[in-house]
Design a protein around this ligand. Structure first.
Ligand SMILES: Cc1cc2nc3c(=O)[nH]c(=O)nc-3n(C[C@H](O)[C@H](O)[C@H](O)COP(=O)(O)O)c2cc1C
Length: 226
């Protein structure tokens, strides 16, 4: 069966965007993206995503709250995360991704302050005018729910690409889950996995000048025929 050329291109065109134009996306287009994402599959069709889309003044206020929380050392992640937990090939890929990004934006390996500034740009949503914050109820050990959120997020990201937009999933936003819940009045029973900043990519930015490679299939897929 021939593959849809549109799908082939959208999947390959999607990439993480880390510098956006300030131009807002219209409400109608944002609505189309969330309508697409709503078709994501989930365990037992539970559709556990609770998505908060933050724009305009609320976006600016949230960014200030995140920067203040970081300044105060107020890290409140709902789920653990440490790149030190990666091992072997996963650690190598993680390091290669970091190196490619910092090289693209002209920050050297030992420029600690510049690296920190670049990292904090996460909390300004990389200049994006919108951010979608992905919350979920906690069931059991939350692993299955987190998988559902991943399904939602990729559908959301592909829809952004199909609409000529870009996005960046951000675990780093989840490090400030409590601050985000307080700022937006979100029920404490909802846990935050990550956010997606989105908008029109700034194609002229060095931050968007590179594409990270993907592993050859043999490293990920084993075919069992008989
Ligand atoms: C769940 C998730 C969380 C991520 N969190 C961050 C983040 O906090 N900051 C960041 O700059 N990139 C983040 N990324 C982007 C990854 O670095 C990126 O997806 C990866 O390097 C592959 O590049 P690509 O998206 O261009 O294919 C995240 C990606 C995923 C899927």
């Amino acid at each position: 069966m021939p593959q849809s050329p549109l799908f082939h291109d959208v999947v390959r065109d999607r990439h993480s965007v880390r510098r956006f134009l300030p131009t807002p996306v219209s409400d109608a287009v944002i609505r189309r993206v969330v309508e697409d994402a709503q078709h994501a599959p989930s365990n037992c069709n539970t559709q556990p995503w609770q998505v908060h889309i933050v724009s305009g003044g609320a976006r600016d206020t949230l960014s200030q709250a995140l920067l203040a929380a970081d300044e105060a050392g107020r890290w409140t992640p709902d789920f653990s995360f440490a790149t030190a937990d990666f091992h072997g090939i996963y650690s190598e890929r993680s390091r290669a991704q970091g190196a490619a990004y910092y090289q693209a934006i002209g920050v050297s390996r030992d420029a600690f302050d510049e690296r920190r500034t670049a990292s904090l740009f996460n909390l300004e949503f990389f200049g994006a005018p919108h951010v979608a914050l992905l919350f979920m109820p906690a069931f059991g050990d939350s692993v299955r729910v987190a998988g559902d959120i991943g399904m939602y997020a990729q559908t959301f990201l592909l829809s952004l690409t199909a609409h000529g937009l870009g996005g960046i999933p951000q675990t780093m936003l989840g490090f400030y889950a409590e601050t985000i819940r307080e700022s937006l009045g979100i029920d404490p029973s909802l846990k935050m996995l990550f956010g997606i900043s989105f908008g029109y990519p700034d194609e002229s930015s060095d931050a968007n000048s590179y594409r990270i490679g993907k592993a050859p299939l043999e490293e990920s897929v084993t075919f069992h025929w008989q």
